[in-house]
Design a protein around this ligand. Structure first.
Ligand SMILES: Cc1ncc(COP(=O)(O)O)c(C=O)c1O
Length: 492
């Protein structure tokens, strides 16, 4: 029951009428829910500073009209059944009765309002090759719960932390892990723990980019980064990608580029790996111009066969690389923990921005993650997942080759948890996706990842979530539905 029901009485009408109108509106607008107990006449009269008789008369009217019902010995309740048409008409009236004044949005707000952030729907289908999800059913939840409850017992995670850069022991663990696994050179003091890699990008943009500044990015590239760049008013310079990654020679010579955004270890979405000569060329290019590189290393833990290529950051000796990593793919996306490894000269500034932005990430999760890494579980989980994803990867590659033969070109299968394919077909991308959905197969066109939008017949397949058996069935069904009705593919 609400004893402190917020009711506004200040009109010219008699108090009883005003109270009646407000209560009716609260019921029909959903602020008071069916079967909800409402305050007694005495307590409402007291809290509003009006006479109890006024409240009693008003309740009587609402009782007689069926908005309220009295339960002997218990009190007064909102009627259990308020007709839907009454509820809807009142909601519409309420919306119209206070026309909003024109809003003066900020430049950022205005751009954002015009920006389409819709993502392709992820249909609920049995064979969804949706991108970017690890095998969540494989996550060691029992172990996580044990670590969580151990940490929860103490009380040291309840207060503000002093350090907006993140829980120091976690930053130590990440620094050691990055040195071991990715040849990143850093000390814990250079690491900021962020809300996923998205917040790392957001902070970089706020601190380094003004409207009109130029950012070079891979084309095709990561749409969530592009959207951030655009809302910040940056000018985006698309740079083509080939099988050796970003074509560094295509970076414009005459233009002052402030940032270059790259996914060198597994180009998103083509999966190309930036070759060592190009890495060195890119570093030299930014160093000569005083530009900075954003290295988004989102899924390179999963590298199959060959030895991992060290991060670009580890090759840099001039403080030109801002390295971003995330636990969204190696653990689970809702953890919302990522990290940013900064050149020393930027750390204090980023700490200030993080403090103003959201103070800190939840401490308990940071502590649990620290224990998880320190106990060796992160690397154990990665090893286990790498071998599972490797099987799934081999299954999808051979199923695609088997069913589509020469009509398919598979890209980026050496690393990560997705492949991109180029399919020879006369069907539009939309028709391919729709036909897939008809037979329970979900896949995604790569078109929206291009700045230069004339690419068709390219699709992204995430494979980490599906069992080998489901991958085989899904690809077979897709081939059948495209072949049977399109007559543009061989039967395999
Ligand atoms: C290129 C790229 N970077 C980063 C991420 C991860 O983002 P976050 O850490 O915000 O979950 C993704 C996820 O889909 C991605 O594709």
């Amino acid at each position: 029951m609400y004893s402190d029901l917020a009711i506004h009485l200040d009109g010219d009408q008699p108090l009883q009428q005003q109270l009646y109108r407000e209560l009716r509106r609260a019921i029909l607008g959903g602020r008071l829910l069916p079967k909800q107990k409402i305050p007694s006449t005495r307590s409402l009269a007291q809290s509003l500073g009006i006479s109890r008789t006024t409240v009693t008369l008003c309740y009587e009217q609402l009782l007689s009209e069926g908005y309220l019902e009295a339960v002997v010995g218990s009190g007064t309740y909102v009627c259990a059944q308020i007709p839907d048409d009454l509820l809807q008409s009142e909601a519409a009236v309420a919306a119209d009765s206070h026309p909003a004044l024109p809003l003066q949005l900020s430049q950022y707000g205005a751009v954002l309002e015009e920006t389409d952030l819709s993502r392709p729907p992820e249909p609920e289908v049995p064979f969804s090759f949706r991108y970017g999800r690890p095998a969540l059913d494989q996550f060691p939840r029992k172990l996580w719960r044990k670590l969580l409850s151990q940490r929860c017992t103490a009380a040291d995670w309840l207060d503000y932390t002093i350090d907006p850069l993140g829980y120091y022991p976690l930053r130590e663990q990440i620094a050691q892990y990055l040195a071991r696994a990715r040849a990143v050179q850093c000390i814990p003091e250079q690491i900021v723990i962020t809300n996923g890699s998205q917040q790392a990008l957001d902070l970089i943009l706020r601190l380094l980019i003004d409207p009109g500044d130029a950012i070079a990015m891979e084309d095709p590239g990561y749409p969530s980064a592009r959207q951030l760049f655009l809302t910040q008013g940056a000018t985006i310079i698309p740079v083509t990608v080939d099988e050796a990654g970003l074509r560094v020679c295509d970076l414009p010579q005459g233009l002052a580029i402030k940032l270059v955004h790259v996914t060198p270890s597994h180009q998103f979405p083509t999966g190309a790996i930036l070759s060592l000569p190009r890495r060195l060329e890119l570093l030299a290019w930014v160093q000569q111009r005083g530009a900075l590189i954003i290295e988004d290393d989102y899924d390179s833990e999963y590298r199959y066969g060959e030895r991992p290529i060290p991060a670009l950051q580890g090759l840099d000796h001039s403080g030109s690389v801002l390295y971003i990593g995330t636990f969204s793919k190696v653990l689970f996306p809702s953890l919302r923990i990522g990290y940013l490894v900064l050149p020393q000269r930027l750390v204090a500034l980023f700490g200030k921005a993080k403090w103003l932005c959201d103070r800190q990430l939840p401490l308990l999760e940071q502590q649990v993650l620290t224990d998880f890494i320190q106990g060796g579980h992160l690397e154990q989980h990665i090893r286990r997942m790498r071998s599972l994803y490797d099987q799934r990867r081999q299954t999808i590659v051979s199923a695609l080759n088997h069913h589509f033969g020469k009509r398919v070109l598979i890209m980026g299968e050496q690393a990560g948890i997705h492949v991109m394919i180029k399919l020879q077909t006369s069907l539009s991308d939309q028709a391919v996706v729709e036909r897939g959905a008809q037979v329970g197969v979900g896949l995604m066109s790569a078109q929206s990842h291009y700045l230069n939008p004339h690419h068709t017949g390219e699709f992204i397949f995430g494979y980490a979530e599906l069992s080998a058996e489901d991958i085989k069935v899904g690809i077979r069904r897709l081939a059948q539905v495209l072949t049977l009705r399109g007559n543009d593919l061989p039967s395999g």
